[in-house]
Design a protein around this ligand. Structure first.
Ligand code: C2E
Ligand code: CA
Ligand code: CA
Ligand code: CA
Length: 278
């Protein structure tokens, strides 16, 4: 967040710790941002590596502040989690992403899976299952076209996690583990969790050709996942060489700048139209 003009934030006092004041500004901004509709959803295609077709999209939040400009999610999601504001923000993006997906289906595009990030704070909410179910009803989206991306951090309470995931699964929703391999959890959760796919983190994908250990890890994660009947999607795919490596390793899907950056709904429609015409 950029430094502001002098008069904007009256609660600032010189002896206040600068980090604290920055945080308060940001929290205030988040609350205002929700009221003033400053959040947007961008969409990034997920491509089947065999056919090259877009079969899913990930919804990624963007915050456009009138004075501070674009604020990347990494700069506000952690505070949104800490303050609990991730709950209303998360409900909003879930609704918006489901609504948009249903809208593309109504326009006649082949149905896509819509991936939505669920923070661990959201996952811990006792009404998560109800919120998801209501959102699907309100938007009319078939549950099989919703994919919830969960991180390994939800494993803290694995009993609770398993029972919540089972409820979501029984509704027909697709579940993925995001940023796979970056958490500090043991692999044993893989046999407990009713999940459908693993997302290989970008930190592995980007180093396939610079670090032979990363290449070995990517290759091994794919084999392990397939043996567990899980699909694999690699994120952060930026080059043709990386894609080729993933194809040879039998990775199922890929996502990254090689195909497209996250784009607004209108641009996503254009990508889908182009593919439809082929
Ligand atoms: P993530 O879920 O791992 O999302 C992937 C991030 O990698 C996105 O960053 C995306 O724009 C970026 N990315 C995709 N392909 C490439 C590539 O080829 N190269 C590079 N360098 N980057 C690529 P973004 O949108 O800035 O989001 C960052 C993180 O913020 C996300 O990581 C996710 O953890 C969180 N986030 C974003 N939107 C939401 C949301 O709606 N809810 C929650 N809870 N978290 C979100
Ligand atoms: Ca994600
Ligand atoms: Ca990810
Ligand atoms: Ca990541």
């Amino acid at each position: 967040v950029k430094e502001q003009g002098k008069n904007n934030f009256r609660f600032y006092t010189p002896d206040m710790n600068e980090a604290v004041s920055k945080k308060m500004k940001l929290e205030f901004g988040l609350r205002k941002g929700l009221e003033r509709d400053e959040f947007k959803v961008y969409y990034q295609p997920q491509v089947d590596v065999t056919s090259g077709r877009v079969i899913g999209v990930e919804a990624l939040i963007r915050w456009q502040h009138p004075e501070w400009g674009n604020i990347p999610p990494a700069d506000f999601i952690p505070l949104a989690e800490e303050t609990g504001l991730i709950i209303p923000i998360g409900e909003w993006i879930l609704y918006e992403a489901c609504r948009q997906n249903k809208c593309w289906q109504n326009q006649g595009y082949p149905p896509l899976r819509m991936a939505v990030n669920i923070s661990s704070r959201q996952f811990q909410q006792s009404n998560l299952v109800e919120t998801v179910s209501k959102t699907l009803k309100r938007t009319g989206l078939d549950p099989q076209y919703l994919d919830l991306e969960l991180t390994e951090s939800i494993i803290q309470d694995s009993k609770y996690a398993v029972s919540t995931m089972q409820k979501l699964k029984s509704m027909g929703i697709h579940l993925s583990i995001d940023d796979f391999g970056t958490g500090y959890s043991s692999l044993s959760y893989l046999k407990l969790f009713p999940i459908d796919s693993l997302k290989i983190d970008r930190s592995f994908t980007s180093n396939i050709f610079t670090d032979s250990k990363d290449a070995a890890l990517v290759h091994t994660i794919i084999i392990m996942a397939h043996n567990l009947d899980l699909k694999v999607i690699a994120e952060g795919v930026e080059t043709q060489e990386q894609l080729r490596f993933l194809q040879e390793s039998k990775c199922n899907e890929a996502q990254g700048y090689l195909f497209s950056r996250p784009v607004i709904a209108g641009e996503m429609s254009a990508i889908l139209t182009k593919q439809y015409d082929k």
